[in-house]
Design a protein around this ligand. Structure first.
Ligand code: SF4
Ligand code: SF4
Length: 216
């Protein structure tokens, strides 16, 4: 019958409206900002840069600029450093001297996160970012974008735990590779030393002729 769907929809609305006076779970609005509903794990807003322990030395970003190239609206601006600092595995890496994101242009697509090979950029959940000034205040600098790994764990606990595991596995694999290379080099050196000891030294040219001449 025409209009059945509308009647069913109205019945659901009426049931929730009346029910909200008696059952708290039917109440779907809260008294914001005093009350807040928890955001789901995969909620995202704008990107942040993750650091481990130290906001300067611990920044994971190595200024490879992949995210800058891949960002569809081109709202990331990076200037690579001239010097290097050790990364989380102790490997010397460049770092971003400048890292800006214009959040008035960012469309929260998360492509920058997906292309980053260093787990350095992640999505924040902070949505209370309204400003009176349209331009400079929406251009977030490296210092404003930098957030600790603890903060990342707080906002995305499941994802952050998986990232920590990936980084720990990568560090362990790199360490095992380094150890295997050192062992192989030590074996080659030992083999060379043994070969040098066992190889007979050839007599000097003309030494046998001069001996026979002396005996005759
Ligand atoms: S979320 Fe998308 S639009 Fe925003 S900075 Fe990352 S790639 Fe660019
Ligand atoms: S955030 Fe990631 S992809 Fe972007 S420059 Fe830094 S390391 Fe490269």
């Amino acid at each position: 019958m025409i209009g059945t769907g509308i009647l069913k929809g109205m019945a659901v609305t009426a049931r929730n409206f009346v029910g909200s006076y008696f059952e708290k779970e039917r109440l779907i609005t809260v008294q914001y900002p005093e009350e807040r509903t928890p955001l789901p794990e995969n909620y995202r807003n704008f990107p942040i840069l993750i650091y481990d322990n130290d906001p300067q030395a611990g920044l994971r970003c190595v200024a490879c600029k992949i995210c800058e190239k891949e960002c569809p609206p081109q709202c990331i601006y990076i200037v690579k450093s001239d010097d290097k600092k050790p990364d989380y595995m102790g490997k010397p890496q460049f770092y971003p001297k400048v890292f800006d994101i214009d959040i008035s242009v960012c469309m929260s697509c998360q492509i920058c996160v997906e292309v980053c090979p260093f787990e350095a950029i992640k999505m924040d959940k902070d949505f209370e970012l309204s400003k009176r000034e349209r331009f400079d205040s929406l251009l977030l600098r490296r210092e404003q974008l930098s957030k600790s790994n603890e903060y990342y764990h707080k906002i995305h606990p499941v994802e952050a735990a998986a990232v920590d595991k990936n980084l720990a596995d990568a560090a362990a694999a790199a360490e095992a590779k380094k150890k295997a290379a050192a062992e192989a080099a030590a074996k080659v050196a030992a083999a060379k030393a043994t070969a040098a000891k066992t190889t007979p030294v050839p007599p000097a040219a003309g030494s046998s002729a001069s001996t026979s001449e002396a005996s005759s």
